[in-house]
Design a protein around this ligand. Structure first.
Ligand code: ATP
Ligand code: MG
Length: 564
């Protein structure tokens, strides 16, 4: 690699490339993605997945999937399955799969080794006492009264902890490091706690469980991981990571921290997402409003778009917020290239063309995707009765309204000029039909006499259209930074009530009757939509709006207006 190539890399890739060049770990690169199976993966995890699997791909290395399952109460095989599915959907495959629980025995034996070296002890302090004795940033800690137990006593108590002789919280095993360390994580951190709980894999075999810091680095070491990438909040844990490995004198992976992904108008912590699901605020983990990978998938996002997003966000050492507009841009760019163009009328208004013969139809030829020259064309029927979008008509239109008005003329996309002559209303005064005429001379979209129309609107033959439900999704939180909850409010009060708007009576082209779950389309002028993978039925199609054609949100938000 030459100097300019090296410079173009992010700081982690620079570091890995230096290690390879220097023959560290014999030039091996081995990473891992270590999710805790206590929820579904979110888009922040996608950033970590793209980084870990990407490093392995780029440096001819390996990447493991390791389930970090050391909290028996919160973990579940449903989550394990969903995590595997989501990683594969993103386009990655792991070299080996492990569970931290595979190492419970090994970790236990290593803990005994540390006890024998006089570097770990059984402590009887309560949570409150531990907190009090730990001190603070400006206050030195005090040694626990149990710190000087003999090795024999510690070995005896630790094996009795393991054998279930004590209740939850009664004792912990702690590393004996330094109660005056500037780094709070080194003030005799807990290695084991007692939890009489059934684990999703080890059942009731264990009632002591290793803490994150004790399990993580040792698992990395066992697997021969070379670069253990994690998010910035673990920077202060690195000395502890290194301390444990140093005491055991085993293979020493390098922990490297990077900034986690934070997206505007989005909340990503698993604890909060769990609350949204269990509180019924959303339909489930794969609700298209959720920032989960399965939510994005169901909403119509593609793996390509998420990988492209992760790449553009990049890897840095400084926390920042990424505008959700960037994510929308990535999916829009991909779907613009691949999604067939069709017509969907979300809020239909009937048009009757009085000078078009009854029961006659003609086929209009239209391109399937102007961005893809191989996409070809298809025919759509045109006839006397059409549906147009209700919002494309105004009875009392302002001057700048270039769509349809009474007495005004508009171009029907790929068809003719249409003039509205009369409005039909029901007894409530609501417009139910427009009586119109068309100009058969304008088939090419131009009038032979040179008269102009300013607007072009989409339409669909009423006779041929099929019914659909269309779900319009928008950002989950109205606030750019939903973590910043105003006084007296709960974070759930910030949920955008319009994050889902359902259009029950939409009309779509008959060609969509053959669409499969998950297929994506551009509904011209309306955005990108996909067939919902759960609720869509041949007799009642359901579409999800993946993204609008333009991003109204971030700009309008800044002006203080409402998103659309
Ligand atoms: P959360 O804070 O959302 O609950 P977590 O970090 O507890 O997430 P884990 O299952 O422990 O979830 O995460 C697995 C991996 O994904 C970790 O290496 C973690 O650093 C990484 N990760 C989690 N959230 C993000 C994020 N927002 N951006 C980048 N990486 C992330
Ligand atoms: Mg975690």
């Amino acid at each position: 690699m030459n100097e300019s190539e090296h410079k173009s890399l992010d700081f982690i890739r620079q570091r890995v490339s230096d290690d390879v060049a220097n023959g560290k770990n014999d030039g091996r690169v081995h990473t891992r993605f270590p999710p805790e199976p206590n929820g579904y993966l979110h888009i922040g995890h996608a950033k970590s997945i793209c980084l870990n699997f990407g490093l392995a791909e780029e440096f001819g290395g390996k990447c493991n999937l390791r389930f970090d399952d050391t909290n028996p109460e919160k973990e579940d095989t449903e989550f394990v399955d969903s995590i595997r599915e989501d990683i594969r959907w993103l386009g990655f495959e792991w070299d080996a799969e492990f569970f931290a629980s595979d190492y419970f025995e090994k970790l236990y034996l290593w803990a005994i080794e540390l006890i024998k070296q006089g570097k770990a002890y059984v402590c009887d302090q309560t949570v409150e006492e531990v907190r009090e004795y730990r001190g603070g940033w400006d206050k030195p800690g005090k040694n626990s009264p149990y710190r000087d137990r003999t090795v024999e006593e510690n070995l005896d108590l630790f094996s009795r902890m393991k054998n279930g002789e004590f209740a939850d919280g009664e004792k912990t095993l702690r590393a004996k490091i330094d109660m005056n360390s500037d780094n709070m994580n080194l003030r005799d951190p807990a290695m084991y706690r007692i939890r009489h709980a059934t684990h999703h894999r080890t059942g009731d075999q264990w009632c002591i469980y290793p803490n994150y810091d004790w399990a993580h680095g040792q698992s990395d070491s066992i697997e021969g991981i070379t670069h253990s990438v994690c998010t910035l909040e673990f920077e202060q844990h690195r000395p502890l990571y290194d301390w444990y490995i140093g005491q055991l004198e085993v293979h020493h992976p390098q922990q490297i921290e990077f900034a986690k992904l934070v997206i505007s108008n989005t909340m990503m912590s698993k604890r909060k997402l769990t609350e949204l699901v269990s509180g019924g605020f959303v339909e489930g983990w794969d609700d298209p409003r959720m920032p989960t990978i399965s939510g994005f998938r169901r909403r119509g996002f593609t793996p390509e778009s998420i990988r492209s997003f992760a790449k553009r966000v990049g890897i840095t050492k400084h926390n920042s917020t990424t505008d959700i507009a960037l994510l929308n841009l990535c999916i829009r760019e991909h779907l613009n290239r691949v999604a067939p163009r069709v017509t969907g009328v979300l809020d239909p208004l009937k048009v009757v063309i009085e000078n078009y013969p009854e029961d006659e139809f003609e086929m209009r030829v239209t391109g399937i995707n102007p961005e893809d020259e191989n996409a070809g064309t298809r025919e759509v029927p045109f006839g006397r009765e059409l549906y147009i979008e209700r919002s494309d008509f105004m009875e009392d239109a302002p001057k700048k309204f270039f769509r349809l008005t009474v007495g005004g003329e508009v171009r029907l996309r790929n068809a003719f000029f249409l003039k509205c002559n009369e409005v039909v209303k029901d007894e409530k005064g609501e417009i139910v039909e427009l009586r119109c005429t068309y100009d058969p001379e304008t088939s090419g979209g131009k009038a032979p006499d040179g008269r102009k129309v300013k607007g072009t609107i989409h339409w669909i033959s009423a006779k041929h259209a099929i019914d659909a439900e269309v779900r319009l999704y928008d950002v989950m939180f109205e606030n750019e930074n939903p973590a910043d909850v105003p006084d007296g409010k709960d974070w759930k009060d910030l949920i955008n009530p319009n994050a889902l708007v359902v259009m029950q009576n939409a009309k779509v082209e008959p060609i969509l009757a053959d669409a499969n779950a998950g297929d994506s389309f551009q509904f011209v002028r309306n955005g990108y939509f996909c067939v919902d993978s759960k609720d869509s039925q041949p007799e009642k199609l359901v579409f999800n709006r993946t993204v609008t054609l333009k991003d109204a949100w971030s700009k309008q938000q800044k002006k203080g207006g409402k998103g659309s």
